[in-house]
Every structure is written in C-alpha cells, then in structure tokens.
Design a protein around this ligand. Structure first.
Ligand SMILES: C[S@@+](CC[C@H](N)C(=O)[O-])C[C@H]1O[C@@H](n2cnc3c(N)ncnc32)[C@H](O)[C@@H]1O
Length: 224
C-alpha cells in the first residue's frame, strides 16, 4: 500500500496513544498477564486502515486483538476507528511481520488473521509474501498448537501458492473457498475486501491449522 506521508500523522497518533504499543518487544511473553481479563491473544498482520480490526474486535470482547502494520499512515486510521468507537480489546503495533518472534513468545498467539496481503507477483519476490515458507516458520513458533491462520485474498495466484506453502509447512487447510461471497456477504470485510466485493471480484478464503505434529517440527526453513 503506497500512501503519501501525512503531515499531521504524529498528533493523530498521539491522540490515540492508548491503543498503540510503542515497545512491543517489552511485552514478549506477557501480553495476557499485562492485559488481564482476556482469555486469548489474536494477531492481525498487515491491518491497513483497520476496518476488519475494529469490526472483529467487537465480536470477540474476551480476546485481545493485536494488529501489526508497517505503514503508520494507514495504521493511524485504524487507531482512530478503535479509539473513537471506544473499543478496548485492540492494540496496534507499528512494526514488520519479520520481527514477530521478537514480539511474541512461543505459543503465545492462538489465531492469526492475514487479509489481502501484497501478492508480490514476481517469482524472485516470493519470500516477501506473508504466506511464504519463511513466514509460516515464524508463525509456527508464535502460534499455539492447534492455532489457526485465517487467510483471505482476491489474488488467485497468491491463493494457490499459499495453499501449497501451508501444506508444505505441515498446516492442515480447511474451509477453502474461491468465492466467499457467492451467496451474499459472509463474515467481516476488510477495507480492501469491501472495494473488491463492490467490483464483483471473487474472494478466496481458507483456514490453516497448526497441528501438534507441525508445531513440533522446528526450523525447517531456517536450516535450508
Ligand atoms: C493490501 S493491504 C491490505 C490491508 C488490509 N488487511 C485490508 O485488507 O484492507 C496490505 C497491508 O499489509 C501491510 N504489510 C505488508 N507487509 C507487511 C509486513 N511484512 N509487516 C507488516 N505489515 C505489512 C501493508 O503495509 C499494507 O497495509
């Protein structure tokens, strides 16, 4: 997502400071003990402007939803949505998904949402895709056994690639659909998804579950 740097970014973020974690590495292993009252930790990677973040959070008040985004000009819109709606169970992190193992301890996360991540269509950029083997290895560490990755994309090539990568990394894939909204809107839409839906573009979705066996296989990509 390319966005112009907005001159008023800092005051906008300051107004919403209560929902941003500026030192996320300091929370590693302590996300739930430092935020008492939540029964689980969910993570959204690449939340963009946070429509899905805000709308999902209100449906899961007993979970802490952490949203990570590396473009603060997009993330601030999500921070404003959550702040203005008075939603309490969301925290935003301005960081790169490559750093996730420094932010979350082993098995600390029970669900990951990846919605409409950049497809990086050139083969030489495949490692940058958030569903490529290297990232799936990172998720294997931070996800609890039987933890889930909920994945949506409009890009068929990326979806095919992701299904292969999930299987290669030992995740069990379920709920596969190549036209999620064929019979009308299903679930909570992201900002991108809303636009695609209005244009009649088909949405692919699946859930990838980290089985106990797959959790036990460590560092397969790191060692290659
Ligand atoms: C195409 S946008 C989709 C945004 C949102 N999920 C939606 O569906 O509306 C992809 C988002 O992922 C973010 N992103 C891509 N790679 C990332 C990474 N490695 N770490 C954190 N955020 C990332 C981008 O900055 C961008 O905001």
């Amino acid at each position: 997502m390319r966005m112009r740097k907005k001159p008023n970014l800092i005051p906008r973020m300051d107004r919403c400071a209560a929902v941003q974690i500026k030192d996320p590495k300091g929370f590693k292993g302590k996300w739930l003990s430092e935020n008492r009252g939540y029964s689980g930790l969910y993570l959204e990677i690449g939340c963009g402007k946070g429509r899905f973040t805000a709308d999902t959070a209100v449906t899961i008040p007993d979970k802490l939803l952490v949203a990570i985004e590396r473009v603060p000009d997009a993330m601030v819109v999500g921070m404003e949505r959550v702040t203005d709606a008075g939603i309490e169970n969301v925290r935003f992190i301005d960081a790169d998904a490559a750093e996730l193992r420094e932010i979350f301890a082993d098995s600390e996360v029970s669900r990951i949402y990846i919605n409409f991540c950049d497809p990086w269509v050139k083969k030489r950029h495949a490692k940058r895709r958030l569903t490529s083997g290297g990232f799936l290895d990172i998720y294997r560490h931070i996800l609890a056994p039987n933890g889930e990755i909920h994945f949506k994309t409009d890009n068929t090539g990326l979806f095919d690639f992701s299904l292969e990568e999930f299987a290669r990394s030992g995740y069990v894939v379920s709920e596969v659909t190549r036209d999620l909204h064929i019979n009308g809107p299903v679930g909570i839409m992201t900002d991108y998804e809303k636009k695609f839906y209005e244009q009649g573009i088909r949405i692919n979705r699946c859930v990838a579950t980290l089985t106990l066996e797959a959790k036990a296989v460590r560092g397969s990509y790191e060692e290659k």
